[in-house]
Structure formats: C-alpha cells, structure tokens
Design a protein. Structure first.
Lengths: 271, 620
C-alpha cells in the first residue's frame, strides 16, 4: 500500500510538471488564438496580405504547427496569383517553403502534399536521383508519421506489452498465457521499431539540410562563390535543394539530381 | 362599278388635298451674317416663297444699333422645273436691306412680318455680333484693305496681288472637339478654311491627313459657309470636311497637317490707263497647310473591373431572358442589347458562362449603329444560341458589361438578371453514339476534371507548437520511467500470485488432491454398482496419479519404493507412507481376485484418510 501511494505521488508530480511547462505560455495563447482567427477571416475574405501578416505573427509567437505552415503556404500562393505578373514577387517560392515546412511537421498531411504538387508545377525542379529500395522503404515508412506520431505509437505499444506480460504472469489459463506472451513479444519489437523511427524522424527534422530557393523569378547558380564565375544553372523560385555549406555571403547547394553550385545566401531558405 | 367610282373620287380628293397642303407651305425667312466688322456694310434679306398680298404688308424691324444705308430692295424670282414631265416651281420674293453697324457689341435684328393670303408670317430674330476689327488687330498685321491700298501704287499688279494675300488672310485650321480624351472616346475633327479674300476660285489638290492610330469615319458635310472671328478678325469660313475619329492607343498622337492647293481670285484696282477694265482680276495659287494637331489620349484609371473591355461612353443594357423551360437537346437563346453612345463599334460581347452541360454556339451580332458628328450611337444586339444536353434546373450567372463613363469619369458595370432555366428530359433515347438517356455520357460516365487549385486552408483551432519533439525529451524519459515503475509496482503487489503461477508444476501440485478426490468419487460409484474391477482400477489410478501430480514425478517412474521415499522426504510419517503403499498393494491384488463387498468400502475409507493426512502435512 505504501508503494502505491508513492507511485500516485510521482504521477501527480509528473502531471504538475507538464502543466507548468504548458502554463508559462498560457498568457500568449489567447492572443495567438485571436491572431489566428483574424488570419483565417482575412484569408476567407481574400485579403491575403492581411492574412499573411497575421499568420506570420502567430508563427513568431512560437506556434510552428503544420496547419500554420500549410495556411501560410496557401496565403503566399494566393498572393502570387493576385500578383500582376503571376508569382513574380517570390510568393511561389515562399508557398513551397511553407508547404515543405508543414510536411516536415506532419509528414502525413495530405492537403499540404497536394498543394505542394500544384505549386511545384510552376517550378523547374530537377529530376531526382533514383534512391535505393531499402533506404526509400525506410524513409517511406519513416515519413508515414511525424516523430511525435511514432513516439506515441511506441509508448502505447510499450504499455500494452507490459500489460500483456502482467496478464501472462497472472493468468492460469494456458491459452491466454500463450497468446499474451507472443503478442507481448511482438509489441516489444514494435516498441523498439517505432522508437527508432521516432528518433530517426527527430534527427531528420533537426539536422535537415533541405532548403528552397527564394527569389523573384529565376536565379543564377554559379560554379564558385563569386559573381564572375560561370553560371551553371538557372533554377526558378521554389526549387528544392540541399544546403551543403556556406562561404561568406554564398551558400553551396546541391540539387536533387546531385548537381552542386553556389548562390547568394539570401536566395535560399532552410525548410 | 359604283365602288370603283367612289375609290377614284377618293384618290382625286387625296391628291388635291396634298397639293393644296404643299402649296400652302409658306416660309418667310430672314438671312444675315452673324458676325460683322464695325465698318462693314452687310445685307439683311427677308425672303418669302409665295407672293405676298402686297409689298406694303412687310413690317420691318427697327434695326436698332444699325444704320440703314439702303433698302428695301425688292427682287422677285421664279424657278420652274420639269423633271420627267413633273413640274415644280419655286417662287421667291426678297427684300434686301443694307446695314452698317453703329457700334461694336451684340445686337439683335428683330422679326419682320408679312401677310400672305391673309395670314401673317414672322421671321426669327437674328443675333448679330459686331466687333471692332481694327481695335483688335492693329498689331496683327496687314489687312485686306491695306493690301489693296499698297497694290494701287504697285507697277506689277499681279505680283503685288500675290504679295497682298498675307498668310493670315487665308488658312486652314482643324477644329477639334476635344484634345484630352480617353482611348475609345470619339472626337469630332473639322477642317475649316478661313479666308478674308473670298472663297477659292478653284482647288488644285486637297489631301486630308491619314488618321494613323485612329478609327476614322468621314461625316457628310454640307458646304457649310459662315463667318467666324479669329484673333479679332472676321473670316469667311468654309467647312471642308468633317471626321469622327476614335483613338486606338494611348499617348500623345499628332495628326499630320492637311494640305490644300487653292486658286484665289483677287480683284485689284487697275492703273488709270486701263479705262475699260476698271477692275482687274488676278489669279493666285496658294498652298495652304493646317497646323498639326496633337491629341493627348489618356490611360484609363487603374481600378478597371475585370469585365472592362475598352468600352467608352454612356450605355445601357437590356436583356431578353431565355425561355425558362426547355426540353433537353432543344435550342434556346439569350440576347443582350447594349445601346447608348460611345465607341459601340469596338464593344465586345459580354461573356456568357453556362453550365457545363450546355453547348453554346457562335454569338450572333446585329448592330444598328449610326455615326454622327456627335459620335457613334445606336445599339448592338448579341444573341447567344445554346442547346441544353441534360435535364435539370440550371442557374445562368448574370452577364456583366463594363464601360468607362465619360460623364462621371468612372467605371460602370451593367449586369443582366440571373436566369433560371429548367431543362426537362426530352425522352428520346438515341441509338448509337452518345447515349442521351445516360447523362454525362460524353465523358464516358466519368467526371471531368475541369481545373485544379490549391485546397483551402485548415480552420481548426490553433494547435500547440508542433516543433516540440517528444522523443528523447525529459518528459519522454519520465513517461517511460513511470510506465516501467507502474509495471514493477504491480509485479510487487501481485508477486504471491505470480509465484504460485510461476510454472505448471506448482499448479498441478495444488490441484493433485482435487484430481484424486474426483477419481475416488468415480471409484465410489463403481463400488455402489458392485463393479469390483472398475473400482480397484479407479482406486489405483487415483493413488498413483495423486503422487505423480503432487511430486511432479511421471507415473512411469513411480514404484512403491520411490513413493515411500518421496513421502518420507516431505515429512510424512513412515506408517502413513506404509499405509499408502498397502492400499496400492491391496487394490492391485483385489483387482483380479474375488473379494467381499466390505473390502471395497474399507479400502476406500483408508484411501481418503491417508490422502487427507498427506495433504495436511505436505500442503505447506
């Protein structure tokens, strides 16, 4: 009985700790919600400039959610359509950047993938290099859920596995004991796999070199970090690249087909 | 016969009546220049087209502000024409007064009246402006009279006459109704000849400018002749030609000058020698150029509606709704009429958007547009024929026509009413080809993807920050620890049961007496039935099985010796162990040997007693 009391105490402490972490942001929550609502209304009323400002304000308040990036992407896309000469203000690139960010937060967001596909129709992306079967399977499986999604699966499977172990220990019916034992073993494997996927997603999220080209229309990619070097490519805004390194005001990028080049750092933004 | 007569009589009367009517149209007109110089004599004419009752019936106005120098001079004219055997006659009687202004200013010549056939007719009043040319043009340069006086002294009259015509005595000028216009706005441009040396005797060549960047239409011009003041001098003006032009681009557009090569007849006062020809006429050829005219065509204001297509002016729109009910595959039409004034010729048909299952054919355009000096006006009717393919109720969006209103300098949009068309199934099932009984058969029964656009924003409430990653975070570790701790605690609480459950053996041991009791009960039943063989068999099974279950020893490994040892090891007394073995021995023997009923009961009772004893000892 004493042990049980201790457990309850620990649990209460844990809940209190989580609540206090949430609580410090509480004052900003109301403001962010109203700003969010203002942005949604402005978007519905087709005043995209106002919607953009409001969404970006929500973002600066620390709400890096998939929905926010998705909506911001939509706002930029619509702004680009309104532009006198369509998308020539760099809105297309920003729309793609924000869709990519939404997908980074929630890789399973189907709407963002659809809109990204539409937006990329306007870019001159390179043909991606073929990827090995195993790595594409792994990244495909990984991309099925976000890091937080995977970790919740892993925790649930851990809880269920341990409950089944308990059932195995307590039950005196052979059938229940056998099935509980094997399912528990399977769930332990699931726990290990999903934990690994979650950690992998987190690593990918944090150390991503994915970036998007942001410019007015097209930009010249140089062979070396100076303006006089040869122009090797002219990607449009919104083209997906990887950042390799920076040198002064220049950034070395790698296209999805493996070609590398240098562009001014301000023309590329990390996803 | 009688009928025909009456008909003829009627005809006769009609003819008579009309001829009388024609005859009776008496006009009495006054004629005078509207603009005269201060020292200029001019004529005022009153003319009537039917013989007046008497000349005395003419009542002249007072001619206030003018001196009557002569008049009335009376002239009568008669003009009879036969054309194709048809006779027309024009009579006129004209009373002419010669007047001279007394002062500069604006005057009015009042109405004159005359009596014809007992009726009195009146002329209209004529406003006359008198200007003092000398006062205004002393600095301007030579006047005709100066030229004349100088030519009198010249020995070469022809040359003198030529010199006498100064450039400001005769010139061409464009009169433009507007110089600041919007693209599409009509401008009236008139080429005028200004002259102080009389009309040209002949015109050698005349070239109008090419109106590049304009749409131009020439207006019919009567040979309009009047007088006008220009820079303080009075000119005879002749309207040479008139155009309505519509600019087709924006910016400053210059109209190149018109050119006129005219022969002028000049009268010169001759020398005294030539007594017979007191007046000499000289002909002088002059090439005249108009000054170039620049028209500034302005851009439209920026806030043009999307339906604006360059229409400028003032318009109204009416529409004829389509028949509200129609059957599928029958035709129907919507027509829209745009009327008003402006650049109607450049108006494009308003766009009609019909639902997808409608087939729209080419728009028919009927225009009734007149171009007059005031611009283009009239109406254009657009008819949109269409055929509905599938039954249903459809809403036709209003058609919008936008134009730039010149009066208010604003864009205006006109729109039709939205129409609702109910299409009923025509009931015809066509054989072969597209099956009209199946709607949308054209697309193979599949929906057509019309367009693609990004999906709408997500309007859920703002979620918490999605960039906080849970895995490997402190809370994650805490959660794992809590789960494992819960497991351990539960294990701790349940450890007794778990130990009991640890393996199958323990469980079997626990159940050994139950199994034995069950078997003993079977044996008891056999005893009551008197089945000796079955009784002893069950007894043996119960005894062996009990030991086997209890001490986890397979039955095949059991002997009386091992049972005795095992029982002894578990703390059972030697006598009890011996009794247990004895029961087995007795049962073995009794199974095949004849025995009494009481034997069975004795063995049964002993077995229960000994098992109970062992149970009570081995339990713990």
């Amino acid at each position: 009985m004493k042990v049980l009391n201790n457990i309850i105490k620990v649990l209460i402490l844990a809940v209190a700790a989580i609540c206090s972490v949430r609580g410090y942001a509480n004052e900003g929550v109301v403001e962010a919600q109203s700003e969010w609502q203002r942005a949604l209304d402005a978007y519905s009323a087709k005043s995209y400039t106002e919607a953009k400002e409001a969404f970006e304000k929500v973002e600066t308040m620390g709400y890096a959610t998939a929905d926010l990036y998705y909506n911001l992407g939509n706002t930029y896309f619509k702004l680009g359509q309104q532009h006198e000469r369509a998308y020539e203000g760099g809105e297309l690139g920003r729309a793609i950047l924000n869709y990519r960010r939404a997908l980074k937060c929630d890789p399973a967001m189907e709407d963002a993938r659809y809109n990204l596909d539409i937006a990329q129709d306007f870019t001159n992306d390179a043909e991606p290099l073929p990827v090995g079967v195993v790595s594409s399977m792994w990244s495909g499986l990984r991309g099925f859920m976000s890091s937080n999604g995977w970790v919740s699966v892993s925790i649930i499977s851990l809880v269920v596995a341990l409950s089944l172990v308990m059932l195995y220990l307590l039950s005196d019916k052979i059938v229940i004991r056998k099935s509980a034992f094997f399912v528990a073993i399977a769930l332990i494997f699931v726990f290990i796999l999903t934990t690994a996927l979650s950690v992998a997603q987190r690593t990918a999220y944090e150390s991503s070199s994915e970036a998007v080209i942001i410019c007015n229309n097209i930009i010249s990619v140089h062979a070396s970090p100076d303006n006089t070097s040869k122009v090797i490519r002219q990607p449009s805004q919104g083209v997906s690249v990887y950042i390799i390194r920076t040198h002064g005001d220049w950034t070395e990028i790698e296209f999805v087909d493996g070609e590398k080049g240098w562009i001014p750092s301000k023309s590329v933004e990390r996803v | 016969m009688k009928r025909i007569f009456i008909f003829r009589l009627t005809l006769l009367f009609v003819a008579l009546f009309t001829s009388v009517q024609l005859w009776a149209q008496v006009t009495f007109k006054a004629e005078a220049p509207l603009l005269v110089g201060l020292n200029e004599r001019f004529q005022v004419k009153f003319s009537v087209n039917k013989e007046p009752d008497s000349d005395n019936s003419l009542e002249c106005p007072s001619f206030e502000g003018f001196s009557v120098i002569a008049g009335p001079g009376i002239a009568t004219g008669m003009d009879i024409q036969w054309i194709n055997g048809h006779q027309t006659s024009n009579y006129s009687r004209t009373y002419t007064f010669v007047l001279m202004p007394q002062a500069a200013g604006k005057f009015t010549i009042g109405s004159a009246s005359i009596t014809v056939d007992g009726k009195t007719y009146k002329t209209k009043q004529i406003p006359i402006e008198v200007i003092d040319e000398n006062a205004a043009s002393q600095q301007v340069g030579s006047s005709v009279s100066d030229a004349k006086s100088s030519s009198q002294k010249s020995k070469e009259p022809a040359k003198a006459a030529e010199q006498a015509v100064a450039s400001n005595d005769i010139f061409l000028m464009f009169n433009v109704s507007k110089k600041e216009v919007y693209k599409g706005e009509a401008i009236r441009i008139t080429l005028m000849l200004y002259t102080r040396v009389g009309p040209p005797a002949d015109i050698n060549s005349f070239s109008m400018p090419k109106f590049n960047d304009f749409w131009a239409q020439e207006m019919p011009t009567r040979n309009d002749h009047s007088r006008a003041e220009y820079k303080g001098r009075i000119y005879e003006t002749y309207k040479l030609t008139e155009y309505v032009i519509v600019p087709q681009r924006t910016g400053a557009i210059t109209i190149s000058p018109a050119e006129l090569s005219a022969v002028l007849r000049l009268e010169t006062q001759s020398d005294d020698r030539n007594i017979y020809y007191g007046r000499q006429e000289r002909y002088v050829t002059r090439t005249l150029h108009s000054a170039p005219v620049t028209i500034n065509v302005k851009e439209f204001p920026a806030n043009a509606p999307s339906t604006f297509n360059g229409a400028v002016g003032s318009f109204s729109m009416t529409s004829k709704a389509p028949e509200a009910a129609m059957s599928a595959n029958s035709s129907n039409e919507i027509s829209v009429t745009i009327s008003g004034s402006g650049n109607l010729k450049f108006v494009t048909a308003p766009k009609l958007t019909l639902p997808d299952s409608f087939e729209v054919y080419d728009t028919k355009v009927v225009d009734n547009v007149r171009t007059s000096a005031a611009g283009t006006s009239g109406s254009i009717t657009y008819t949109y024929p269409f055929v509905a393919r599938t039954a249903g109720e459809y809403r036709v969006e209003p058609m919008v026509f936008s134009y730039f209103d010149l009066a208010s300098q604003q864009y205006k949009s006109l729109s039709t009413e939205p129409f609702v068309i109910t299409v009923t199934d025509d009931g015809v099932v066509s054989t072969g080809g597209a099956d009209s009984s199946r709607p949308y058969a054209d697309y193979g029964g599949r929906m057509k993807q019309l367009d693609r656009d990004i999906r709408f924003i997500h309007t859920d409430k703002l979620a918490a920050d999605g960039s906080l990653l849970f895995v490997l975070s402190p809370i994650y570790w805490l959660t794992i620890v809590v789960i494992v701790a819960l497991f351990i605690v539960t294990y701790h609480i349940m450890r007794k049961r778990i130990r009991q459950n640890r393996n199958v053996v323990a469980r079997r041991m626990r159940q050994a007496d139950k199994v034995a009791v069950q078997r003993l009960r079977l044996a008891e039943r056999s005893m009551h039935e008197g089945n000796r063989h079955a009784f002893y068999e069950e007894m043996l099974r119960a005894m062996w099985g009990y030991i086997s279950d209890k001490f986890n020893i397979p039955v095949s490994n059991l002997t009386k010796e091992t049972i005795r040892e095992e029982l002894y090891r578990r703390g059972v007394s030697a006598s009890d162990a011996e009794q247990f073995c004895q029961i087995i021995s007795r049962s073995d023997e009794a199974q095949y040997a004849p025995s009494t009923e009481s034997d069975m009961g004795e063995v049964y009772a002993d077995a229960i007693a000994v098992i109970s004893k062992i149970e009570s000892i081995v339990k713990r």
